[in-house]
Design a protein around this ligand. Structure first.
Ligand SMILES: Nc1ncnc2c1ncn2[C@@H]1O[C@H](COP(=O)(O)OP(=O)(O)OP(=O)(O)O)[C@@H](O)[C@H]1O
Length: 570
């Protein structure tokens, strides 16, 4: 991670230059003081005036250097964090879908907010502070040893004792820090969930329960933070105690040496001033090492995010995977999948979807329909069996290529805080207003377009707050229609629409030329069903019936029972 600072060679070199210069100037002040005392004791007014002018100039130059050091250090750290934020975000957004979903949203948010703050304060600043401390320590150490080797030896011994602290406490603090980060992740997750569920909390009068849940996570988070801080304070105090022993000890030894006329009073004053630059960097060094160690896990995580086969700007991670060849059908052979190791959600499933044909999957809630669609959409890896697009195994296909031919309408719609047009084109410049209007019309938005006077620049607000649930759903359908993909996966895409509009949209969908449609539907419109090539009936992760609507209905099997229960067909 520290190598990141080298990436900005010029600003890194400038920062080091000013920091080292600043340290030398700070330490040099002790020699200036020593000379002032010696001149004062020599009673030469003229020399005193000259030295005072030099001292004022010295202090002014030191201040200027301090400012330059602070500014260049700030620029350097800003660039490092900016690099990690930008490349990290690109890397995460370029992840394969399955891998992206293997971590929670609050995990990512935490890395980019709290994580960056910790990295900045507990790593980059600390490394530069260590450099300042090291320069001060070496310069002051040499000067003190020149004044008295005995004092030098005493200070060195005490320093080594101080350095032992982080070595013994590193793992302990590491563990506490990890526990805190985990608890903090949970707290952010809870906060995210509760704010997202604001309307449900209101409507179902859940405030008491939710505040209780929130309070629990909040106090666990604060408790872990308290334990971490307390341990850090303890170590700080131990370091401070050793520092004080060194401080007082140096005065005592210096006094004895002065009594024996080995060093002068001016030497004692200079040594006491220099001691600060030996003692404090050392006292802090144990904290620095603790801080650096404490964010090791975080650095490893950021490393993993940044280093995984990192692509050039704008490229996708899995470019090594094969491009998709010509294909004639989607073949699923012996497919099994489970979210957790115990219960499989898809069980040894076999089926085929021919290119250009239209399919509807039905089944009771929880039978695995959406999971099957998500596997075909390359959102979940870790399945067993085969999922072939033509002759290409899905897991070997380049995701970018795949999403050129496949689009999905999800159960959950996502609307960006942008205009209607941007929400349909998804910020692409490749589509005209006419294309957008056609797609929206196909998605059943003609009345809405009239109502807004065809204003495609209409802002839709945060999460599409200015739209109804059905309108949001139709915007997400229009996105898919606009792209005219070879495969459309449609997961209850019309569930929020009235029967008439739903029927119209489904008719457009089922009449898309050269497009393979696999739709999950609960509410089956008879007219739509007549346009479907095959209906697959799923139960408990398996396909138990398949055929046209009439075939299945007349078979009087599971599908018929579903229709009789009134769950599937209106
Ligand atoms: N992300 C997940 N993690 C763990 N279990 C899940 C996850 N998503 C779904 N499941 C479980 O997998 C099973 C199948 O879910 P799936 O959403 O595929 O069913 P479905 O047939 O589409 O249901 P519905 O018609 O209600 O949408 C359910 O028992 C569900 O609880």
């Amino acid at each position: 991670m520290w190598r990141l600072m080298f990436k900005n060679k010029l600003i890194f070199a400038i920062t080091i230059f000013f920091l080292v210069l600043r340290s030398i100037f700070e330490v040099g002040l002790a020699i200036l003081l020593k000379n002032l005392i010696e001149v004062a004791m020599g009673h030469s007014f003229r020399k005193m005036i000259d030295l005072m002018i030099i001292a004022i100039l010295y202090i002014c130059i030191a201040s200027l250097i301090n400012y330059c050091a602070a500014k260049s250090r700030r620029v350097l750290i800003k660039r490092c964090i900016s690099y990690i934020r930008k490349r990290g975000f690109e890397s995460i957004m370029n992840r394969e879908t399955g891998r992206f979903y293997s971590s929670s949203r609050s995990y990512y948010i935490n890395i980019f907010t709290k994580g960056m703050e910790i990295l900045e304060n507990s790593y980059f600043h600390v490394i530069l502070d260590m450099l300042v401390g090291l320069t001060q320590f070496i310069t002051a150490g040499i000067l003190i040893s020149l004044i008295s080797p005995i004092l030098g030896a005493f200070i060195l011994t005490m320093s080594l004792i101080q350095l032992a602290i982080p070595m013994f406490s590193g793992k302990w603090i590491d563990g506490l820090n990890n526990q805190y980060m985990k608890e903090h992740n949970k707290f952010i997750g809870e906060l995210n969930e509760q704010l997202g569920a604001f309307h449900i909390v209101k409507r179902f009068k859940l405030l008491g329960i939710m505040i209780g849940k929130y309070q629990m996570k909040s106090s666990e988070d604060l408790e872990k933070r308290y334990k971490l801080d307390l341990s850090k304070y303890l170590l700080n105090e131990l370091s401070f105690l050793l520092g004080q022993i060194m401080f007082v000890g140096t005065y005592c030894i210096g006094g004895v040496l002065a009594m024996n006329r080995i060093i002068s009073v001016a030497d004692i004053v200079a040594a006491s001033q220099l001691m600060t630059y030996v003692a404090f960097p050392l006292m802090r060094s144990s904290n620095y090492l603790v801080e650096i160690k404490s964010c090791k896990e975080l650095r490893d995580e950021i490393h993993e995010i940044l280093d995984t086969n990192f692509p050039d700007e704008g490229e996708f991670l899995n470019n090594d995977k094969s491009k998709i060849d010509e294909w004639d059908k989607i073949t699923i052979k012996g497919l099994s999948f489970s979210y957790s190791s115990d219960t499989p959600v898809i069980k040894n499933l076999n089926c085929e979807f021919e290119k250009g044909k239209k399919y509807v999957i039905v089944g009771k809630s929880g039978s695995g329909k959406s999971t099957l669609l998500k596997i075909i959409a390359k959102m979940y890896m870790g399945y067993t069996g085969e999922c072939l697009i033509g002759n290409n195994e899905l897991s070997n296909i380049n995701e970018k290529d795949y999403y050129d031919i496949l689009s999905m309408v999800d159960q959950e719609t996502y609307i960006f805080d942008a205009t209607l047009k941007e929400n349909v084109t998804l910020f692409s410049k490749d589509f005209s207003n006419e294309d957008v209007i056609n797609a929206l019309t196909e998605a059943g938005m003609s009345e809405f377009l009239k109502k807004i006077d065809y204003n495609l620049l209409l802002p839709l607000g945060e999460q599409g707050n200015s739209l109804s649930g059905g309108e949001k759903q139709r915007v997400s359908i229009a996105r898919v229609f606009l792209r005219n993909p070879q495969i459309i996966l449609f997961d209850e895409g019309t569930s929020n629409l009235d029967n008439e509009t739903a029927g119209e949209v489904e008719e457009v969908l089922m009449n898309k030329d050269n497009c393979t449609v696999i739709a999950v539907m609960h509410r089956l419109n008879y007219h739509t069903m007549q346009m479907v090539d095959e209906i697959l009936v799923m139960d408990n992760g398996e396909i138990i019936e398949r055929g046209t609507y009439d075939e299945l209905y007349n078979r009087k099997g599971f599908f018929y029972t579903l229709t009789m229960e009134g769950e599937e067909v209106l």
